[in-house]
Design a binder for this molecule. Structure first.
Ligand SMILES: Cc1ncc(COP(=O)(O)O)c(C=O)c1O
Length: 290
């Protein structure tokens, strides 16, 4: 199937999609992004993703490149053209194109919008059966991790270390010994008492849309969720651990830095939450007409 990208108002063959060399996203990482899951051809949790995009844009004083309604139409058109049933849409908005200078351009260029799609990979059955391994790395990021910026070097270095260690994810650790989040996922533990713990929202982590959904789903299922920092030592003592993200959904973490978590197998609460989250992806939002 031919694959198109969307670049500044035009649908172009993916292989020919280009941005300007002086796009500020390219030169300064002066850009934000979103990744939204497509399930049954439908965007999952579209509104919360667009709310977070609005937060990222307004935090950096980047204007919307078009209205929210127009963006929704453009996303749907790209998904339709590329025949995406299950997968993701990636969108990136930069401050635009201007002669290289750190300060915001006085010319107020039009923000540049690029979108691509990808079909979902087949689920990794062995990974789901065994659970994933994580390692810890120091959190060396900046103090506005709530902004979904394309400036991801610390995340890239952390993930690469995980890959080189044969692990799936790296959990980033603040100087006080608490886990902030993964390099592209939010981090959770299940305590001995059966409570879910995930770090509270502040500037130290991204407000994951999957995190938001899982928090609600857990509460509906009578599982208590506590939002607070937790230490690496608490992970080692936890009954279960898991991560959440748009692309990994809910994924049990069964070892940290080579040590088993709980009995070293995906636990019942992580499994149940994954099932419930998959049900959530299957169910259209109440305002499905939107
Ligand atoms: C640093 C970070 N934390 C958490 C997440 C999970 O967010 P979401 O559930 O919206 O995919 C991501 C996703 O890319 C991320 O990059």
């Amino acid at each position: 199937m031919p694959r198109d990208a969307y670049v500044n108002g035009r649908y172009v063959p993916h292989a020919q999609a280009q941005v300007h060399v002086e796009d500020r996203g390219y030169q300064f990482a002066d850009a934000v992004y979103e990744v939204i899951a497509v399930h049954g051809g439908r965007l999952v949790d579209e509104e919360p993703h667009l709310d977070r995009l609005d937060h990222s844009l307004s935090s950096l004083a980047i204007a919307w490149p078009m209205s929210r309604a127009a963006l929704k139409l453009a996303m749907r058109e790209l998904i339709r053209r590329n025949g995406v049933e299950r997968g993701i849409i990636y969108l990136q908005i930069s401050r635009g194109v201007a002669p290289r200078d750190h300060a915001f351009p006085k010319s107020k260029p039009r923000p540049a919008l690029v979108m691509t799609t990808r079909h979902a990979r087949r689920p990794n059955a062995a990974l789901l059966e065994k659970g994933a391994a994580a390692i810890t790395v120091p959190d060396i990021r900046w103090q506005r991790c709530d902004i979904k910026s394309v400036s991801l070097l610390p995340n890239i270095l952390g993930k690469q270390k995980a890959v080189e260690s044969g692990a799936y994810e790296a959990w980033q650790v603040a100087p006080d010994g608490t886990v902030t989040e993964g390099t592209s996922t939010n981090a959770w533990i299940v305590t001995e008492e059966g409570e879910l713990v995930t770090r509270h929202l502040d500037h130290a982590i991204l407000s994951g849309i999957t995190r938001q959904a899982v928090k609600r789903i857990a509460a509906e299922g009578q599982i208590k969720v506590v939002e607070r920092p937790f230490t690496v030592a608490e992970v080692h003592e936890a009954r279960e651990a898991f991560l959440t993200s748009t692309t990994s959904f809910v994924l049990p973490i069964t070892s940290l830095d080579g040590d088993k978590i709980g009995d070293g197998k995906p636990g019942p609460i992580s499994r149940r939450l994954r099932e419930w989250y998959l049900d959530h992806m299957d169910s259209p939002p109440s305002d499905a007409a939107a």
